[in-house]
Ligand binder design. Structure first.
Ligand SMILES: O=P(O)(O)OC[C@H]1O[C@H](OP(=O)(O)OP(=O)(O)O)[C@H](O)[C@@H]1O
Ligand SMILES: O=c1cc[nH]c(=O)[nH]1
Ligand SMILES: [Mg+2]
Length: 209
């Protein structure tokens, strides 16, 4: 598995702003979308191109390249993953959206599934799973399991912040998956929150503190 911590200055600047304790819901939400978009740019760098000839401005043919048409499904993990969705689909507008609803039980830290709706032909698609936080990794692995059970072979992960524990959990379960993140943070605290982290990303995006 490859973990890509994106050090681009715009990513680091925007993530730094998101860490501010008193940030408004509006700003947190906007920044989540912007960082998601920048990470999507990185995560799609391996998409295949094909040659495509077009007629240019003066009537002469021009050799161009276009995306080979790999089918993509973006998979936000509810709720917080929705805060990244628009940023991702801005760059991949034809992507189908599959939705997985999970929350993490506050006592056991185990993922509790409550909803799932997958795009058609999921087994032919590259799935890009999005969630701001990869903490213990339980929610992400549960989502990847659902996709794999439905025949999805090609999967990538985009998270805003990852804990080493979560990276290891995904790595152990899915050694071939690529993870794209704006930061690998230090650790989890006693409640399973990422430190320094962002706090509760879902609450911040939805304004439900
Ligand atoms: O790696 P894990 O230990 O599983 O934790 C990460 C999960 O926790 C958060 O969701 P939460 O359960 O708070 O749900 P929400 O998005 O509805 O707020 C976060 O958005 C991840 O889905
Ligand atoms: O730090 C964390 C861990 C889990 N979920 C969050 O929203 N934040
Ligand atoms: Mg939450």
């Amino acid at each position: 598995m490859s973990v890509y911590a994106i050090n681009h200055p715009l990513v680091q600047h925007k993530l730094g702003l998101m860490r501010e304790a008193d940030l408004s819901t509006k700003s947190f939400r906007e920044l989540a979308g912007e960082v998601a978009k920048l990470l999507t740019y990185e995560a799609t760098k391996g998409l295949e191109l094909e040659d495509h000839e077009i007629q240019g401005w003066n009537g002469e043919p021009i050799a161009t390249r276009r995306l080979k048409g790999k089918k993509v499904t973006v998979v936000p993990i509810l709720r917080a993953g929705l805060g990244m969705l628009e940023g991702v689909t801005d760059l991949i507008p034809s992507a189908r959206v599959s939705v997985v609803g999970l929350y993490r039980d506050e006592e056991t830290l185990q993922p509790v599934p409550y909803f799932a709706k997958f795009a058609n032909d999921i087994e032919e698609r590259m799935a890009i799973v999005i969630d701001p936080m990869l903490a213990t990794g339980g929610s992400m692995v549960a989502t990847l399991d659902m996709l794999r059970e439905r025949g999805c072979e090609s999967m990538k992960v985009i998270v805003l912040v990852a804990a080493p524990e979560g990276i290891k959990r995904v790595q152990d379960a899915y050694p071939d998956i690529e993870i794209y993140t704006a930061s690998i943070d230090d650790r989890l605290d006693e409640n399973g929150y990422i430190v320094p982290g962002l706090g509760d990303a879902g609450d911040k995006i939805f304004g439900t503190r």
